[in-house]
Design a protein around this ligand. Sequence first.
Ligand code: DGJ
Length: 371
Amino acid sequence: MTNQIRLLAAALLSAAAALAGAAFHPGQLWPDNNGVHVNAHGGGLLYHEGVYYWFGESRDGRGTRGVSCYSSRDLYDWKDEGLALTMTADGPSSVISRGNAIERPKVIYNRKTRKFVMWFHTELRGRGYDAAQTTVAQSDKAAGPYAVVRSLRPDAGTWPLNMPAGQKEGPIPAGVLRQTSKEWLAAATDGGIVRRDFKGGQMARDMTLFVDDDGIAYHIHASEENATLHISQLSDDYLSFSGKWVRAFPGGHNEAPAVFHWKGKYYMITSGCTGWTPNAARSGVADAMLGEWHALRNPVRGSKEQTENTFESQSTYILSVQGKPGAFIFMADRWRPQNHADGRYVWLPIQWEGDKPIVQWMDEWSLKFFD
Ligand code: DGJ
């Protein structure tokens, strides 16, 4: 498509949307202001001074190109702001060189430093998912450009707050453990992988960020060979780890964590671990981010297929809609690993069954749902 045709298509689409009333269409193409499908996978949203910013993996045939940024005032129409962080052609010494993988970027705003802080899961070329590290970058402007501050494994040299003293010593697994093997489950249950990674830092794969009402931010990541989630408090400037952290659902085998806070409770929706193939979502609740997390049921309500594959998608973020207390949007990726750029987005409103969050399919819906 030439640029002119794209622009015309975008103008027609937004005119049609205005006539029809703007709406979300989960799973369908989502054209931006240029008529191009939004390329922000594994993403998250930031609201700042009247504008929502959507950050995600910008993908092409060669992998991740960087972190894309789109802006919107209404959550339906998105303007392409370009790459907030661009992967470089530098050699392997740069953590953001092409060939490495950047996944699930999230951005938060630090009120004290007035900086925008981005974290993302990082893997190194040729090493599969073994590096399991996280990278932090910073910018003065929401849309970037972001400059890398450091890349690391979290919480080196500190024990989780909820690890029994007796587990701080014990056998150390030799090398990488096969996920779901007996050894893997045993090491997750008795803290062996935490002991193994104590010195060098804990593994960090699928991740999200959450800022609490008191301004304290948390980095939530799949750790211990994906066996256990870690919830790590960030430092005041959000650029490193404070050393306070907990393990959640040891041996639970969770990925794709997404967190929100409502009426004094913290809720989490996650997926299981089946690569790019969707699986059944899970949920959990806690009284505090660093508190004790309790598993709830699969939050998806619908057909057998929908509950088993989460509407063919995997959680990435839960957005608190501005100006609508109690309005939360579950955001998920319908991955297309053969052509990642074509991956679709499934956004659905969080609903409630008593005090438990649930998600149901809708072909089309709008923010009026929350009125
Ligand atoms: C599932 C994860 O949630 C994705 O972010 C990605 O890491 C894929 N696994 C890779 O297979």
